[in-house]
Design a protein around this ligand. Structure first.
Ligand code: NAP
Length: 392
């Protein structure tokens, strides 16, 4: 990363990877096969460097998230990971959340689009083409929560009564939901920059500001403020143009509950979406369901200022399928495609997407799609990857 914020990528970068627990042993080699083949077409070679996290790390080092792993991600900027087991009583709420917080990966990027031939529960899945920017470091995920009946909860209950006159029922768990101006603006800035550089028409700020005025409502207010402060020449807020932005990028907002309806009934009205952590969590899974489910939904966690990015499968470890060479490698593979795009390797990225679509169009699919398609040939995880490579 240079001082001007541009990522300079050699033709043979070293990229750390976490294989992942459970089905990680199946999906990672499958994804790697396709990523390597696509890179080779463009005379690029990735030197993969395994770094440890999760069960494998614990078994080999006694540590769920070794310091060396963090150091490697810091040094090499970019990395990719399979799913990780959440350690029970291991000192971490979640390894994924820990990685995001330690590296301050403030954007969770979730593009949601349909690939030709993928079975979908909706009539026109081709209308779904959205990119979610979910804030990754704040909101109820910040971990400020106390358990009902504990001395901490009683202390907090007494404090809010004394300081604010708030009556909280006895035996209540309590949590804090921090939403800051800094956190909101940097997330929305990233979403607007993405929309501008990818020729998108709008950014929708999704919030529940009608009820949570000073957290979610403030997120929306800061978003519109940012448009005026930093993007006045290229973007415009809905109220300032009556919804008619001309050649500028339109920034609008939508209440979270109606958004969940409208992404289903009127998906074409949504393009880039910027939202807080919890809304983003709900929205990305709901949307993924419309275009084929979590077996194929990619994700990335990015800090656009430092250049750090970890690209990851969005599903879990699916332990019942571990080692069976059965599950869909699409999620981690398409996360690799996002990584290639981030590296500026857009030709190789596009080739993978085309080859994946061609494979599905030929009805060569893993079990999750096969059970929803007529006349499909069900193949193993590794065979699916080979079929994609054949079509590259
Ligand atoms: P999960 O592993 O995502 O599995 C839930 C279901 O999703 C599976 O039973 C399977 O559905 C489907 N599925 C998952 N991966 C798939 C794939 N690659 N291809 C096709 N279908 C796939 O969720 P979970 O069982 O709730 O969680 C298991 C563990 O994963 C937990 O330890 C959890 O904490 C962890 N987790 C990690 C991450 C992460 O690392 N990013 C995310 C979520 C959960 P069918 O049974 O219908 O076939």
């Amino acid at each position: 990363m240079s001082a001007d914020g541009v990522l300079h990528v050699p033709d043979n970068p070293i990229i750390p990877f976490i294989e992942g627990d459970g089905t990680g042993v199946d999906i990672w080699p499958a994804a790697k096969l396709v990523l390597d083949a696509a890179a080779t077409k463009y005379h690029k070679t990735i030197e993969w460097k395994e770094v440890l996290a999760g069960q494998k790390a614990f078994d080999e080092t006694g540590d769920w998230l070794p310091e060396q792993t963090i150091a490697d991600f810091r040094e090499y900027l970019i990395g990719i990971k399979g799913p990780l087991t959440t350690p029970i009583g291991g000192g971490f709420r979640s390894l994924n959340v820990a990685l995001r917080q330690i590296l301050d990966l403030y954007v969770c990027l979730r593009p949601v689009r349909w690939f030709q031939g993928v079975p979908s529960p909706v009539k026109r899945p081709e209308d779904v083409d959205m990119v979610i920017f979910r804030e990754n470091t704040e909101d109820v995920y910040a971990g400020l929560e106390v358990q009902a009946g504990t001395p901490d909860a009683e202390k907090l209950r007494a404090f809010v009564k004394e300081a604010f006159g708030w009556d909280v029922r006895e035996m209540s768990g309590l949590g804090l939901k921090p939403i800051s101006e800094f956190g909101s603006k940097r997330l929305i800035r990233a979403a607007i920059n993405y929309a501008l550089s990818h020729d998108r028409e709008s950014v929708t700020l999704v919030h529940k500001g009608n009820i949570q005025k000073f957290t979610e409502g403030a997120f929306m207010k800061w978003g519109y403020q940012l448009v005026k402060e930093e993007f006045d020449d290229v973007a415009v807020g809905w109220d300032d143009c009556d919804g008619k932005p001309g050649s500028k990028l339109l920034v609008k907002d939508s209440i979270a509950d109606i958004t969940l309806q409208q992404v289903l009934t009127r998906p074409r009205e949504f393009d880039v979406i910027a939202t807080m952590n919890l809304n983003g969590d709900y929205l990305s899974d709901a949307l993924a369901a419309q275009v084929g489910g979590i077996g194929i939904a990619p994700g990335a966690n990015i800090n656009y200022v430092s250049g750090h990015g970890i690209f990851e499968a969005t599903h879990g470890t699916a332990p019942k399928y571990a080692g069976l060479d059965k599950v869909n490698p699409g999620s981690v593979l398409l996360s690799g495609v996002l990584m290639f795009e981030h590296l500026g390797w857009s030709d190789a990225a596009e080739d993978i997407v085309n080859a994946l679509e061609a494979t599905i169009a030929d009805k060569i699919v893993t079990y999750d799609f096969a059970r929803l398609m007529d006349g499909a040939t069900e193949v193993k995880c590794s065979e699916f990857a080979s079929a994609i490579v054949d079509r590259l």
